[in-house]
Design a protein around this ligand. Structure first.
Ligand SMILES: [Zn+2]
Length: 254
């Protein structure tokens, strides 16, 4: 009898830590089916909510856990969820994917076929868990008493954070980005937590663009996960630039 593989094992970059502290990294996926394809057309599902639903449909097992459900998948770090989307895409539609980048030199579109098997994936080993990110802003935030706050402590975003901001994502992408950042800020100078909760988005808008960029980039390069940055050369003007593969295009066919 011909053996047909229906479950595919992958290894999460960070992993899920259960209540006892045990980390589960072995995940078993099955290919996306019509049920999951239908989710892609469901306009009530956006961003993080769509990702959770897709993964709920396709993850068969996670480590030694008795069951895996939407709640567990929401707890996963975004880094792990993006990695799972990559593997789901590869399993379901193959490694070759059309991608279009825009040249920063001459603005010409550069259409390429990417080989998803060549994306580098960094992974934690053993019982290693992500550490808090400590960042020093250049300009900082000046509160009503005139005190300047520059030291920020951040944690990596998780699925539940993406889900929280999903309804904003299409209506007001910048606000969604700020709301997501806010959920990752554990400490902002000496500001009380209540101030962050009440005026957080306003505080982020008060920051200089340089500081806002520093916050956004603080997640880069410090975490394991898929490196979605691609080196692209523009055939029109010859400029070399970095393009970012967009996870949200993974399941657009054609
Ligand atoms: Zn160009």
């Amino acid at each position: 009898m011909e053996f047909h593989q229906s479950e595919f094992e992958v290894r999460l970059p960070i992993g899920y830590r259960d209540e006892s502290g045990k980390i589960h990294r072995r995940a078993f996926l099955r290919k996306m089916r019509g049920h999951e394809e239908a989710l892609l057309y469901d306009t009530s599902l956006q961003g993080g909510r769509l990702v959770t639903e897709l993964l709920t449909g396709c993850m068969v097992r996670l480590g030694d856990l008795a069951h895996v459900d939407a709640q567990i998948l929401s707890e996963l770090y975004s880094v792990d969820r993006n990695y799972l989307l990559l593997e789901l895409r590869r399993l379901t539609l193959g490694d070759r994917m059309p991608a279009t980048y825009y040249c920063p030199g001459c603005r010409a579109p550069v259409a390429l076929t990417e080989d998803l098997a060549t994306l580098a994936v960094g992974r934690f080993e053993g019982d290693r868990v992500p550490e808090d990110i400590h960042l020093e802003l250049e300009d900082g935030y000046v509160d009503r008493q005139g005190r300047r706050h520059t030291a920020v402590i951040l944690t990596l975003p998780r699925g539940k954070d993406e889900e929280f901001v999903a309804p904003l994502a299409t209506r007001d992408p910048l606000k969604a980005q700020d709301a997501l950042m806010l959920r990752c800020i554990k400490k902002f100078g000496d500001l009380p937590h209540s101030a962050l909760e009440a005026y957080g988005v306003k505080i982020l808008r008060e920051l200089t663009m340089g500081d806002r960029l520093r916050l956004q980039e603080s997640f880069n390069g410090r975490t394991p996960g898929v490196d979605f940055v691609r080196q692209v050369q523009c055939p029109s003007c010859g400029v070399q630039f970095e393009g970012m593969l967009d996870v949200s295009h993974f399941f657009v066919c054609g």
